[in-house]
Design a protein around this ligand. Structure first.
Ligand SMILES: [Zn+2]
Length: 284
């Protein structure tokens, strides 16, 4: 079997953790280059005799091996339809040992509304001045599409696919995993910063109307924050709450928690960090 047990288990663990983090849905994909052969280990198109796959229960034996052109070499399952993403990016980036294709819920929004996704804090600093966007809004199923994704990615760590998701690369599975977390977290921060600014702007307008233009600027600054509901702590980016977790039960039965980064900023919504949640930096 191609791909060491360690590599396969690490990729499977990444899938499960990305699912728990709310970053990999059923259509999300993860791939790793097999150093010994140059072939690719990919999520399967189907899993254990059923159509589709579930990243929350991915195991080392579920992956399929394809050659650098995408032809299946090994595995009970078929390669995913978006294999050209991986063949295109791995061909273009000799430094990449892992590639994730994730339909990140918040980062993807920026490709839809046309707002550049920029580093708004240290979380976003690895991504350059703005995350590039590949304008192809369809499924990436042909070789030339995969090559276009690779061109849009360039030497960056990530590229957004218009209205679709993101492609993230790493020199290892761990690097790509951390980059995926940072990309989505930065997007949440930027989203909430804009949301907070918009609400502050509304507050200023309301205060201006109420005081008929007589308020001093310092008064308005105080009033401006009032309409913002929920506790405000954290830093100047408006990052005010840790993600919430909702209980869910995977098909295999074990109970685990799944992250929801975009839960409403509402102090009554039972948000908390579960103590059992794995430390991201040492989880895989
Ligand atoms: Zn996709």
């Amino acid at each position: 079997m191609q791909g060491t047990t360690e590599l396969r288990e690490k990729l499977a663990t990444a899938c499960r953790l990305l699912y728990m983090e709310g970053l990999m849905d059923h259509a999300g994909l993860a791939g790793a280059r097999i150093p010994e052969t140059g072939n690719l280990l990919l999520n399967p198109r189907e899993m254990r005799g059923t159509p589709g796959r579930h990243p929350g229960i991915m195991t080392a034996g579920d992956f399929v091996v394809v050659d650098p052109e995408g032809a299946k070499i090994e595995g009970e399952n078929n390669p995913p339809s978006e294999t050209p993403i991986f063949t295109g990016v791995f061909r273009a980036r000799a430094d990449a040992m892992a590639v994730f294709h994730l339909h990140l819920p918040t980062a993807t929004l920026f490709s839809i509304v046309g707002t550049p996704l920029r580093p708004v804090g240290v979380m976003g600093s690895p991504f350059g001045r703005a995350v590039p966007v590949c304008p192809d809004a369809t499924l990436i199923q042909r070789r030339e599409q995969g090559e276009a994704v690779a061109r849009a990615l360039g030497q960056n760590l990530a590229v957004l696919l218009q209205g679709h998701g993101a492609v993230i690369v790493g020199g290892s599975i761990e690097e790509a995993f951390v980059a995926a977390i940072l990309l989505e977290d930065n997007a949440v921060f930027q989203y909430r910063e804009r949301d907070r600014n918009a609400q502050s702007h509304e507050g200023r307008r309301a205060a201006s109307s109420a005081k008929a233009g007589l308020a001093a600027e310092s008064d308005l600054e105080d009033v401006a924050l009032l309409p913002y509901e929920g506790p405000v702590h954290g830093n100047s980016y408006g990052i005010v709450e840790p993600p919430s977790y909702s209980s869910c039960r995977g098909p295999a039965g074990p109970r685990f928690e799944r992250c929801n980064r975009m839960a409403p900023l509402n102090s009554s919504s039972n948000q908390s960090w579960p103590r059992s949640f794995p430390n991201r930096s040492s989880a895989i």
